[in-house]
Ligand binder design. Structure first.
Ligand code: GCV
Length: 696
């Protein structure tokens, strides 16, 4: 072989070797496994059943040559999507029930959990992703590339083979964790979405998602009748407007017979709504709900409403909606963000949960990490969502958890649903950060079963996403044993995930601090942010209220009295500084700097220790991940390693910015046993106002 040929062979070999180890994360938790032979018998054929059969054939990890039966049979104990499962059979009322049963069985096999004979029903009937995708392909608060559905340009409404392939993969991923709905466009909706060309593309998407059980929904702009319909008004009580919407809905169902319904952001953050015409939210929602009634469609009406007035922003949604309880049609469901402000790293639950007793209400969670470090910081969000779902509202006595006030077990409601603002985009790995995939996964799993533990979901996800072991293959080609993998990878990585959200709370906004970001990008720190001309409730100063006496927002009766919106005994517990949980102390109280906390140290010292602990935790995560190197493919290893480095630097910036800034009010020393700040406050102020220092 001459020199040139040798070089070419070497390069080809290297490419081959790299491909072998290539893992760009696109396969998420659905890694290809070598399947053992299995016989599948079914009583029915349909596109959904075909998918179920193929999944079994391509992924079977049980005993070789087993026969598995899929049976559709009416069973009152099962919901539409529920199923009965044994190691060799799945029974359900519907084809989709069978598909969900298949994914459950395969997941159990791959994670080596025992497969008992059991009946499984979902916690919520509708488990929906909200995509904040715009017609030009950008995604509001999206950190993983452009939209999976929309793109810019002359051919923006074309549907290509690669679109279809991608949508299929997307639908499969959703179905595998039980997600059964997708709102395809941003709640800050373009009216264009309801024009013929766009609706035809929605139909094309719906056709791909349908066999996987993922229903399509759209966000609408409330003023569409005037904007695209040529009407003089969009008043929901106007006969022409009503007719326009009725016809529009009818047209949609002609194209998409199983269309899910509309999601509506109205009279909120500049979006038009019924209040522009002197009407209520109920007038607006009911008008649309009537149009959907003949088709079994629904209206998800958002309660994320607040205006610039003197009322505490945290109180406004409750004030707007509580007096309308019972006035909504039964195919309207009010979609409420988990907290009363806006997806902060920690918020108490919104007091609307449990307070609306005659109106269906659904939680809105945010999977995309708008306020938790975008797709740069590692944040496993199940603990945040569980904390919320398990919160006791006391609205119907002790044990009236948020989960129970929304899943239909406490109140009689026709629809039960939960939504998550999606974190997916065109990035190879779908979510920007490999670990952000775990949040897509966790949302689906909790929507399916809100009783699952954070630990179990993390355990499943790590095994499915990273395990190099193929149960059906005795010759697993790894340099390590399963127990090595379990001790040195699974356990520490899981722990890192479980600790990650609290670490972020610590280095960003501990003890109940909230919304102290620099400007509108919601990434870096900006506790000083408060331009004179800005809306008060869009500044950090409004939220932390630091002064020489102390820090925090007094929401007790001596302040905004937001606590009145919570039921007893919670209200009294929150009102009393001694009994208010310390992790939300500054949400509810303006606390003196030298206030003695439960550990005997001052508030100021506690704040400093929390910021420091957050930074230290991320440094620990770096060590854990570096030690995980032998157990993970190179690409995902390097990507996560580099993101963790970034996160560490950013965490330090958060700590320095907040401590140095708040110190100007507390006038107290940063405890001497913690690491000193590394940046100057003035530099941080300048850089985080533009592009955050060292943030990428
Ligand atoms: C889609 C926050 C976000 C906005 C978002 C809004 C909402 O304000 O910053 O980007 O808009 O919430 O949920 O409607």
């Amino acid at each position: 072989m001459n020199y040139f040929k040798r070089r070419v062979s070497l390069v080809l070999f290297l490419i081959f070797a790299l491909t072998l180890n290539a893992q760009n994360g696109h396969d998420i938790w659905l890694q290809n496994k070598k399947a053992k032979p299995v016989n599948v018998t079914t009583t029915k054929q349909s596109p959904t059943i075909d998918i179920a059969k193929n999944e079994l054939i391509n992924g079977w990890q049980g005993a070789e040559g087993s026969t598995i039966t899929l049976t559709i049979k009416k069973d009152k104990s099962l919901h539409t999507d529920g199923f009965k499962i044994t190691p060799t059979s799945i029974q359900a009322n519907t084809d989709l029930g069978i598909l969900y049963g298949v994914y459950e069985l395969l997941r159990k096999q791959q994670t080596e959990s025992t497969i008992k004979d059991e009946s499984i029903n979902p916690s919520y009937d509708r488990r929906v992703l909200n995509h904040w995708d715009n017609p030009n392909g950008s995604i509001e608060r999206g950190y993983a590339g452009k939209s999976l559905f929309w793109h810019f340009g002359k051919d923006s409404l074309d549907v290509t083979e690669s679109d279809i392939k991608l949508w299929k993969e997307y639908a499969r991923a959703n179905a595998s964790v039980g997600i059964n709905g997708a709102v395809l466009n941003n709640v800050n909706a373009s009216p264009m979405m309801l024009t013929q060309g766009y609706l035809e593309k929605v139909k094309a998407i719906a056709d791909v998602l349908r066999p996987y059980g993922v229903k399509t929904y759209l966000s609408i702009k409330f003023s569409s009748p005037s904007l695209i319909g040529g009407l003089k008004t969009s008043d929901p009580l106007d006969a022409e407007v009503i007719k326009w919407w009725n016809n529009k809905v009818k047209d949609i169902y002609k194209l998409i017979p199983d269309f899910g319904g509309f999601l509506v952001k109205a009279s909120s953050e500049g979006q038009p709504g019924p209040q522009d015409y002197g009407r209520t939210h109920a007038d607006g929602a009911n008008m649309l709900a009537d149009a959907f009634k003949p088709f079994n469609g629904i209206v998800m009406w958002r309660a994320f409403v607040y205006i610039a007035n003197d009322e505490d922003r945290a109180k406004q949604a409750y004030n707007e909606f509580v007096h309308l309880d019972g006035k909504f049609r039964d195919n309207v469901i009010i979609q409420v963000k988990n907290g009363p402000i806006d997806f902060q790293p920690r918020e108490p639950f919104s007091p609307l949960f449990g307070a609306l007793k005659k109106t269906a209400i659904m939680p809105e969670l945010q999977i995309t990490q708008e306020y938790l470090g975008h797709s740069i910081h590692l944040a496993y969000l199940a603990p945040m969502w569980k904390e919320f779902l398990d919160s006791d509202t006391y609205q119907e006595g002790k044990g009236s958890t948020v989960a129970k006030t929304t899943d239909g077990s406490l109140f009689d409601q026709k629809i039960s649903a939960i939504a998550g603002v999606a974190n997916t985009g065109l990035d190879n790995n779908w979510t920007g950060h490999t670990f952000a995939q775990s949040n897509w996964y966790a949302f689906g799993r909790l929507a399916w079963n809100h009783e699952l533990s954070n630990e179990q979901i993390a355990d499943e996800w790590v095994k499915l996403t990273f395990s190099p072991f193929d149960l059906s293959n005795s010759e697993n080609k790894t340099d390590f044993s399963k127990s090595d993998w379990s001790n040195n990878f699974l356990k520490p990585v899981k722990q890192m995930m479980l600790d990650s959200r609290e670490a972020i709370v610590d280095y960003m906004m501990p003890l109940g601090l909230h919304h102290i970001f620099s400007a509108n990008e919601h990434y870096g720190p900006g506790p000083w942010y408060g331009p004179a001309r800005a809306r008060k409730d869009w500044t950090s100063l409004y939220y932390h209220k630091a002064d020489s006496l102390g820090i925090g927002f007094d929401r007790t009766p001596t302040g905004s009295n937001a606590t009145i919106q919570y039921e007893e005994p919670l209200r009294s517990q929150l009102n009393n500084i001694e009994t208010c949980p310390e992790n939300v102390l500054l949400w509810f109280h303006h606390v003196p700097w030298d206030y003695k906390m439960k550990n005997g140290k001052s508030l100021w010292d506690n704040l400093a220790y929390r910021y420091d602990a957050g930074v230290k935790k991320v440094r620990e995560f770096q060590k854990i991940w570096d030690m995980a190197k032998p157990y993970v493919d190179n690409q995902r290893f390097v990507e996560v390693q580099s993101k963790l480095r970034n996160q560490s630097r950013n965490a330090q910036v958060w700590k320095d910015a907040c401590l140095l800034y708040f110190q100007e009010f507390s006038n107290m020393p940063i405890p001497y046993d913690i690491e000193r700040p590394m940046h100057d406050l003035e530099d941080l102020k300048i850089s985080t106002m533009k592009r955050p220092l060292d943030y990428k």
